[in-house]
Design a protein around this ligand. Structure first.
Ligand SMILES: [Zn+2]
Length: 91
């Protein structure tokens, strides 16, 4: 089991969190074509190595985080508030 260090609550078990996928994935504009929307909705990358993901501390503070995780070793290198992403923070 992973232990994620929530910036608000401290170290917690993975079971308290929910992963919402790629942190760098951006929703297409409404007028984007069907192919763009199909890729956005159904195609997922399966990266090997470092990956940035959005997680929510669903059974804790309810805050959204950006977690940088190695998909091979499952080591978590960064867990930062999602708000830091828009401010150019470390996430
Ligand atoms: Zn928390």
């Amino acid at each position: 089991m992973l232990r994620i260090v929530c910036p608000y609550c401290g170290p917690r078990p993975e079971s308290e969190f929910h992963c919402a996928g790629d942190a760098d994935r951006r929703r297409p504009e409404p007028e984007a074509g069907d192919e763009v929307w199909a890729d956005y909705l159904y195609i997922r990358a399966n990266p090997k190595g470092l990956h940035r993901e959005r997680w929510v501390h669903a059974a804790g503070c309810g805050q959204w985080l950006v977690v940088e995780r190695d998909t091979v070793s499952h080591e978590i290198l960064v867990a930062a508030p999602l708000a830091d992403l828009s401010r150019g923070g470390a996430a």
